[in-house]
Ligand binder design. Structure first.
Ligand code: NAP
Length: 437
């Protein structure tokens, strides 16, 4: 493996794997050229690609746009494919990863990105089911926010003809998560009631659409008030503004007996509230801890509060309550057969027009800060997409940058990149917003 790029990680790799110590630390400018390791002629001949690299934990400035030599010179191993990336998905987990709150992401420096869509450029000799020119979605635990990626072929999924690259980048994480929670864990059936928090977000919209594939399902959703019109049009039965109203009271008014299913991406006291809202035989699926994130920087107080307020229940009490508590984390799911089967189901639903990712906004790689800010500031309705292609007008700047680097390389021996500090940012005193409800 080249020491020049953060590796694509198969989903089942040890999440605590540390990066290759030989990997050069990225320098501090905004668009940077990583130095080629001495003797790596193969890599030097391959044009550099743009990649978004997490260089340390903290605020927006920790993600750098770098020019990097493609891994293995862009030559696929036997079971791999080389994909030219056209669009990437931004996930809440990446906001947490930037802050150092996402265990499934390797320590920096690491190229971020769990999903993308693009075109296969080359395949390894053992790959029979993919060919150059195939349009594919890709799923990985990280490494996909770059122009060219080398990935195991079985982590790619052929896109339907009608699907755009932006939709392809928006679908895998959100829809796999929503489908597995609703159908594998909570056994959604006709006539049931479901609470979807963050209902205007990526997973929230996916869950709402999937609920509509089953007859007579009532979907309650919490979201900021400005988004209610859109999500009600998208099929939500009841929208609740958690910022101004007590969602437990609102739900009890409409459905006094409670709910069959609660999807909980918030954690802390909201898990307790969700458990309390369940009817007997109901199921809560805990799949996130968004309450521990309050803004750009890590907030220790919010983290402590979320941890302290989490649901803690003995199995005896659980038995007496006749309720189920489940946990779901796609990043730790190693069953790729199940993932593939679920993806087949999702693609069938897409082709039938029953599901369709809603794209909120698109940002070029150089605008990753704006993309993340949009999510942190709770403005998105649907998926935020990152585009590897340079923003118009920036191409020339990049070409100049590359030419300059090449001239410098000719003049100098490749120098070892200096180490960057990787200490986690200490939490700054910030306003702590109340947890939902
Ligand atoms: N376990 C898994 O495998 C898995 C997979 C995917 C996602 N997730 C989890 O699912 C949740 C949704 O993820 P997503 O990627 O689809 O993101 P998303 O819902 O698009 O996230 C942004 C939206 O969430 C709402 N929100 C609630 N609390 C927030 C907070 N503390 N900071 C910022 N926004 C907040 C905001 O909308 P409103 O104000 O309108 O509510 C915001 O616009 C996250 O908790 C994520 O960790 C888990």
């Amino acid at each position: 493996m080249s020491t020049e790029t953060a590796p694509i990680q198969p989903l089942d790799l040890d999440p605590h794997e540390t990066p290759d110590p030989a990997e050069p630390s990225p320098p501090a400018d905004d668009v940077q050229q990583s130095a080629a390791a001495p003797g790596e002629e193969k890599d030097k001949k391959t044009p550099a690609v743009r990649a978004l690299v997490l260089t340390g934990h903290g605020g927006y400035d920790k993600i750098k746009l770098q020019l990097r030599t493609p891994e293995e010179g862009g030559v696929p191993a036997r079971d791999q494919v080389l994909v030219r990336v056209k669009a990437c998905g931004l996930n809440f987990a990446e906001l947490m990863g930037r802050q150092g709150l996402y265990d499934a992401l390797a320590a920096p420096p690491v190229t971020m990105g769990m999903e993308c869509a693009g075109v296969v450029e080359a395949v390894g000799e053992d790959v029979a089911e993919r060919k150059a020119g195939d349009r594919v979605m890709v799923l990985s635990s990280s490494g996909l926010w770059q122009e060219l990626v080398l990935v195991p072929a079985d982590q790619t999924f052929i896109m339907p003809d009608a699907m755009s690259f932006q939709e392809g980048a928006a679908l895998p994480v959100n829809y796999l998560t929503a489908h597995m929670m609703l159908f594998q864990m909570a056994n959604l059936r006709p006539g049931k009631s479901v609470l979807v928090h963050m209902a205007a977000g990526g997973v929230g919209i996916a869950a709402t659409q999937l609920c509509q594939t089953v007859s007579g399902v009532t979907v309650f959703g919490t979201a900021s008030a400005s988004k209610h019109k859109v999500i009600l049009q998208g099929g939500l039965s009841h929208a609740i503004d958690y910022r101004t109203k007590d969602y437990v009271e609102e739900i009890r008014t409409i459905s006094p007996k409670g709910l069959d299913i609660v999807l909980d991406p918030l954690g802390g006291s909201d898990t307790q509230k969700g458990f309390g809202l369940l009817k007997p035989m109901g199921t809560i699926v805990v799949f996130g801890a968004a309450n521990s994130v309050t803004g750009q920087k890590k907030n220790l107080l919010a983290m402590a509060k979320t941890w302290y307020n989490q649901l803690s229940i003995s199995t005896l009490k659980l038995m007496q309550a006749n309720k189920s508590v489940c946990g779901f984390h796609l990043g730790y799911l190693k069953d790729f057969t199940l993932i593939r089967q679920t993806m087949d189901t999702l693609l069938g639903l897409y082709v039938q027009g029953k599901i369709k990712p809603r794209i909120d906004s698109t940002f070029h790689f150089e605008e990753v800060t704006d993309a993340m800010r949009r999510m942190h500031e709770r403005q998105n309705i649907g998926k935020v997409i990152l585009l590897p292609e340079p923003k118009k007008g920036e191409e020339k700047e990049q070409e100049k940058e590359e030419e300059k680097e090449q001239e410098q390389e000719k003049e100098e021996e490749p120098a070892e990149a200096s180490a960057i500090p990787q200490e986690e940012e200490e939490a700054k005193p910030e306003e702590v917003k109340e947890e939902q409800g």
